[in-house]
Write a protein that binds this ligand. Structure first.
Ligand code: B12
Length: 377
């Protein structure tokens, strides 16, 4: 009988935390480790069958993401994040033709690369985590097959429009998407509902279809672009907030290319009376710090989707805390990875977390209630 997810989590909790020096050495040697693993796997005689005859570049990309992800796991010692992410990796790559047998071979190559390349530290904890990943391989196959991909509930009254919007999106019918948006967004108040009941669930479904290999990257890019164009097209009827509650910076973290959530948040906060600087995807840390120092926002919101970007946000928040000019800046985080692992936001040192737009507006409002001008009361 394969282990349940709960049992896998329990066994992950028995793993020893990675000492700082080992985590630092792994990070320091990461480029070399990735090269070693690429070379080892590329020279496997059956590699093309193992990766479902996909281009080798797809496998190399997986190794880059794996390395960045493991560096994050070692830095924050969060094995729940590790355990919850592996079934997704199995499902997504298997959905794209990779054989399950590829994964233990990959983990063995990582363990060997760590042993051979990093000689300055014993790397005992890191090696034992790789061994654990090899040992739970069969359980992870079962977990990846039994776990349903996450989809968002939608209220009954929005369901038909949501389905029609998804169908139009999959056909690349920008005009139809815009028409549907204009039918349901009549005023300011409808914008947040439209985002939460239509755009977000639809984008999550696009993700599931991509994960299963049922739509291409091109179709997924087209969907993101149409959603962006629809959001922008609804613009003129929006920015008529009648009060000024304060200043905000909303951005995606460094190396984070998912920006639609942060963009939605910026729009609804602007409608709620805030002056928002929305900085988009992949914001370099140093420039964000410069802007926050000069602009002095009331709150900084950072969006993170990918697990491998979590420790970058921790580093960023630590830098804000170290500088007297930004030490007291309120930071709220959000995005998929924080929704998946409830206590993660505390570990990165944020002041708060919101799982969706409504909660974010409420929390930021509460933080700033004391300073609000009269007309916003
Ligand atoms: C579109 C998309 C992309 C686009 C993004 C385009 C763009 N302009 O944003 C592109 C092509 C760039 C992309 C790239 C990748 N993607 Co992608 N992507 C998606 C997809 C389909 C939709 C994302 C989205 O727009 N969601 C809708 C928004 C509204 O939801 P949200 O972000 O959760 O936001 C809400 C809340 O979380 C919250 N919130 C969000 N931010 C913030 C911030 C604050 C401060 C607060 C308070 C709240 C808050 O409020 C929002 C509204 O309620 C998702 C599927 C999914 N489930 O999300 C996959 C998904 C996230 N991607 C995935 C992957 C794997 C990747 C890639 C690694 C693929 C690859 N091989 O290259 C890269 C990683 C790139 C990187 N370094 O970031 C996986 C992640 C799996 C995992 N375990 O982590 C997903 C889940 C797909 C899947 N089902 O497998 N992707």
């Amino acid at each position: 009988m394969p282990k349940t997810m709960q049992e896998i989590l329990a066994s992950a909790r028995t793993l020893s935390p990675v000492p700082r020096k080992e985590a630092g050495a792994y990070q320091h040697h990461l480029d070399g480790l990735i090269q070693d693993v690429n070379r080892a796997l590329a020279s496997e005689p059956a590699i093309h069958e193992l990766i479902g005859h996909n281009p080798l570049e797809m496998m190399y990309e997986n190794h880059r993401y794996h390395g960045a992800f493991m560096a994050t796991v070692f830095n924050i010692a969060h094995y729940e994040l590790l355990t919850k992410t592996i079934p997704w990796v199995y499902r997504a790559y298997h959905g794209h033709g990779f054989s399950y047998e590829y994964f233990p071979l990959e983990m063995k190559a990582w363990r060997r690369a760590v042993e051979e390349r990093i000689t300055t530290h014993p790397m005992k904890a890191v090696r034992s985590i790789y061994q654990w990943m090899i040992d739970i391989h069969e359980d992870m196959i079962a977990a990846s097959e039994s776990e349903l991909p996450f989809s968002m509930p939608v209220d009954e009254e929005w369901l038909d429009t949501k389905n029609a919007f998804l169908a139009a999106l999959l056909q690349g019918d920008h005009r139809r998407c815009l028409e549907l948006a204009e039918t349901v967004v009549g005023s300011h108040d409808d914008v947040a509902r439209f985002y939460l009941q239509i755009l977000q669930p639809v984008m999550y479904e696009i993700g599931v279809l991509w994960e299963r290999g049922e739509i291409s990257v091109a179709v997924e890019h087209l969907a993101s672009a149409i959603v962006g164009r629809v959001m922008a097209a609804l613009n003129p009827r929006r920015y008529e907030a009648s009060c000024f509650k304060g200043k905000l910076i909303i951005t995606a973290s460094p190396n984070e290319f998912h920006e639609i959530g942060a963009w939605m948040l910026s729009d609804v906060l602007e409608l709620d009376g805030w002056e928002v600087r929305y900085l988009g995807a992949d914001m370099p840390a140093a420039d964000l710090i410069d802007m926050a120092t000069a602009y002095q926002p009331d709150v900084l919101g950072i969006s993170v989707t990918m697990p491998f970007n979590v420790d970058k946000v921790g580093d960023l928040i630590a830098k804000f805390r170290d500088d007297p000019k930004t030490a007291f800046l309120k930071v709220i985080v959000g995005g998929r990875v924080f929704n998946d692992i409830p206590e993660l936001w505390r570990l990165v040192g944020a002041d708060g977390f919101a799982s969706n737009l409504d909660e974010a507006v409420r929390i930021i409002g509460e933080w700033s209630a004391r300073d609000q001008k009269d007309e916003c009361a």
